[in-house]
Design a protein around this ligand. Structure first.
Ligand code: FAD
Length: 446
């Protein structure tokens, strides 16, 4: 094997792993990162503790990959969670497994994950340049070997390549142009620039432009694993209130009344009311299944506050409790079921009011209250955007990337890894595992 001159663009999770794998294989590797340090996003993952992977089995792992799970099979099987944990242990970052098989550094410091990589890269003589962004990937035409000026980038994320056209390599990588104007010759580039979420960490969407300039198609990026905004005012009054053991189900609003009864998402767990709407684990996971471009009117969300109680039993319980203390006001009576603020909200939403004595509530009223408790409706109007999205859905089309190598099917010597690709997963360490697996495969394949 002849060592290649490999340039890695971006020193996030995928770029660090890609550089480590390429260096391990004996290549001469240079990393360009436009931030002042490596792994700026890694520092804020897992609330600063970095949930770096998830120790579940392969079958479960793929149930958590939302888009294009088949595309990542090869990457995952050649570098799975165990290999990530072994790498960490071998490079000064012992790990532990917590609730939900989430894996963290024993130190609880995300910075130790990044340090394991930067120490490794130093040992392997990888050159890492900070405050140095890449502006363009230089190519030449494969047949004639005449340098081909890259076509200018399409400002919109329009799909360029026809869906049915078989992609072919017509260009080969010859170097990169840096933001300071210098050009660096190389025959291999691994593009690891991330998506568009949390742009303050450096992932500003550059990778989409760089690859579109070379003819790649982009599945339109959208915020995912993101808090949601709601139309009603009452959830905002409950801001700060966290609920456990509740369930949610989402239905597109434009399908209401059209006989489509199946929710696009339902789950059980924890959620949180905020000053703009709703957040928390089941809401973030639910956001992966919502598409506001397809359903611009938004979604109806039904919140079941007591999913463990069969509906008939809930009514009977209300009957019993109301009969035991007939003089109690409705909001106070509901406090045996919920925190006060929520009990007040349910009483208001029932239309009966907080102060109505429960002895005045008839069977129909009790039926209505029980119905509300198990299907409290909200109108979800949108997301909090890329600024608050944990990941970006969409990105470079997987149809144009060879899943066995991560190489572009259009440009010889161009490889992709991490969130810049149209892959994303649920919370729990799965997104970082995608970055490690695809990063390793790309670095190993060059
Ligand atoms: C708040 C938060 C918490 C999260 N917590 C977890 C978690 O606990 N577990 C988990 O699995 N996932 C978590 N994620 C998701 C996970 O962090 C990402 O999926 C993962 O970091 C993606 O890695 P990446 O290398 O593809 O992209 P990034 O980490 O975004 O790295 C891209 C890098 O490329 C650089 N770059 C961009 N453009 C250029 C350019 N033109 N030239 C040079 N450099 C460039 C950027 O500065 C950046 O350093 C979290 C995300 C967020 C926002």
């Amino acid at each position: 094997m002849t060592p290649e001159n490999v340039v890695v663009i971006g020193a996030g999770a995928a770029g660090l792993m890609a550089a480590a794998a390429a260096a391990e294989k004996g290549h001469q590797v240079t990393v360009y990162e436009h931030n002042e340090k490596a792994g700026k996003k890694i520092y804020i993952t897992g609330k600063g503790r970095c949930n770096l992977t998830n120790a579940c089995d392969a079958e479960e792992f793929f149930t958590h990959v939302v888009r294009n799970p088949k595309f990542v099979y090869s990457a995952y099987y050649q570098y799975d969670q165990q290999r990530v944990m072994d790498f960490m242990e071998a490079n000064g970052c012992p790990v532990k497994v917590e609730r939900g098989k989430r894996v963290f550094p024993v130190s609880d410091h995300a910075s130790d994950v990044t340090k394991a990589f930067t120490d490794f890269l130093r040992k392997k003589h990888v050159r890492v340049f900070y405050n140095q962004g890449v502006r363009e990937i230089l190519t030449e035409d494969l047949e004639s070997a005449v340098p081909s000026p890259a076509p200018s980038g399409d400002p919109k994320y329009a799909k360029k390549a026809g869906k049915n056209k078989k992609p072919v390599q017509t260009k080969a990588v010859r170097g990169v142009a840096l933001e300071d104007g210098r050009t660096v010759p190389c025959s291999r580039v691994i593009l690891c620039t991330g998506g568009r979420s949390y742009p303050s960490t450096g992932s500003t969407g550059d990778g989409y432009r760089l690859s579109m300039d070379l003819g790649h198609s982009i599945e339109e990026p959208a915020p995912s694993l993101v808090p949601l905004t709601v139309k009603e005012a009452w959830p905002l009054d409950l801001q700060g209130l966290a609920l456990k053991n509740v369930s949610v189900s989402f239905y597109p609003l434009d399908q209401e009344g059209k006989g489509k009864k199946k929710p696009v998402f339902e789950d059980f767990g924890e959620m949180l009311f905020t000053h703009f709407g709703i957040s928390g684990p089941i809401i973030l996971t639910g956001s992966c299944s919502l598409d506001f471009r397809r359903h611009p009117e938004g979604y109806r969300l039904f919140l079941n506050l007591k999913p463990a109680i069969p509906s008939g039993e809930l009514e009977e319980r209300l009957f019993r409790e109301f009969a035991l203390a007939p003089g109690k006001k409705l909001a106070n009576a509901l406090r045996s079921l919920f925190p006060q603020r929520l009990a007040e909200a349910v009483a208001d939403l029932s239309g009966l009011g907080q102060d109505l004595e429960v002895r005045k509530i008839d069977a129909q009223g009790i039926h209505a209250i029980a119905g509300l408790i198990q299907a409290l409706p909200m109108t979800v109007t949108g997301t909090r955007g890329f600024a608050e999205a944990i990941v970006t859905r969409g990105g470079i089309s997987t149809r144009e990337i060879n899943p066995s190598t991560m190489e572009s099917k259009l440009v010889q010597g161009l490889y992709f890894a991490g969130e810049v690709i149209d892959i994303d997963a649920h919370t729990g360490g799965f997104n970082l595992q995608l970055a490690w697996s695809t990063g390793h495969l790309a670095g190993w394949s060059v």
